[in-house]
Design a protein around this ligand. Structure first.
Ligand code: ADP
Length: 305
């Protein structure tokens, strides 16, 4: 088995009307990775996923799934891949059970395997109690879970999710995240697109940032976060703040009389701020890191600050 789950080389897509949605992008995702393709609306993320899943024809470039060229062996490549798109993609008049078992059958599994996988994924995604319900009667969150189950029912090596948290409530988001982490730990390679920055940070090991059809950065999540210059901290104080803070030499931002925030650069240690508080008998009751680090990084990279 190839240790590269997804290989993209020189991929371009120009839609009719000369919209250049992808401009010569290349990326490699190793087997076992949890990878984010992060970018704002219109960056080209859905186009890339459409091409990988053969729903959109590319203008030029190479796409290999587990070493299989999608142009040369489309049906084998498709067996290795599960895709969860943004639009509902199942027959809403079928029961939840039928949606899964028909999909499993479509991949040519034995009837025993179809039953086994259908049962397994209905349970794994909390849909077992709804198995006899028509798809159209499910809540939005359950429809999304059924789409995930449908993408996984043939045990693909590579799972791609397009904006998995869009329109999903917090509870489902958390349980979906836990589930994705678990199947990734068990060996499934996962790629997700998101403009929801916290999601990439919480889940992903590696990341490519895409903007206006080009990849502007590819990095491990850790080293990307380490590149950041400043952290923003919010301090809650026990007593009202007095004027000595104005002469502190730190760049305090007064939010109200008991809350201040401060940007601490990597060069300055947080210790110095804490020492200042303690020397001036200012009691801190809470401190939180308010930095939206990925957001800041993204703005730096794409020069939109
Ligand atoms: P994202 O998923 O990152 O929001 P998309 O891949 O949907 O980005 O879109 C990339 C660009 O391609 C946008 O400018 C979008 O308007 C354009 N686009 C997407 N689909 C089509 C289409 N079917 N026809 C013409 N232009 C399209």
């Amino acid at each position: 088995m190839s240790n590269i789950a997804l290989n993209i080389e020189g991929l371009s897509k120009t839609y009719p009307g000369e919209v250049k949605a992808l401009k010569n992008i290349s990326l490699q995702v190793e087997s076992g990775d949890f990878y984010a393709l992060l970018g704002p609306n219109g960056a080209g993320k859905s186009t890339a996923i459409g091409i990988i899943s053969s729903l959109v024809t590319k203008t030029s470039g190479l796409v290999e799934i587990l070493g299989i060229d999608i142009d040369k062996n489309h049906s084998l490549a498709k067996k290795k891949l599960g895709v969860v798109g943004q639009e509902v993609n199942f027959n809403q008049f079928e029961t939840v059970y039928q949606v899964l078992s028909h999909q499993a059958g479509y991949y040519g599994m034995s009837s025993k395997e179809v039953v086994k996988n259908t049962h397994y994924y209905l349970k794994a995604l909390g849909l077992w109690d709804k198995r006899n319900e028509q798809g159209r009667n499910l809540s939005g969150g359950m429809k999304r879970r059924l789409m995930v189950a449908k993408a996984l029912v043939n045990n693909p090596d590579l799972l791609i999710l397009d904006e998995p948290s869009a329109g999903v409530d917090i509870e489902l988001r958390r349980s979906l995240w836990d589930f994705l982490k678990e199947i990734n730990n068990q060996g499934t390679t996962i790629i997700l697109t998101t403009h929801y920055l916290e999601e990439a940070e919480k889940l992903c090991k590696n990341i490519s940032i895409i903007d206006e059809g080009s990849i502007v950065k590819t990095s491990s999540m850790n080293s990307l976060l380490n590149e950041l210059e400043t952290q923003n901290y919010l301090f809650e104080l026990k007593n009202s703040i007095s004027s000595e803070l104005d002469n502190s030499g730190f760049d305090f931002n007064f939010i109200n009389d008991r809350q201040i925030s401060i940007n601490v650069s990597k060069k300055n240690s947080l210790n110095e701020v804490i020492r200042f508080f303690s020397e001036n008998n200012i009691e801190v009751v809470n401190m939180t890191n308010e930095t939206n680090r990925l957001e800041e990084l993204f703005l730096n990279l794409t020069n939109k600050k």
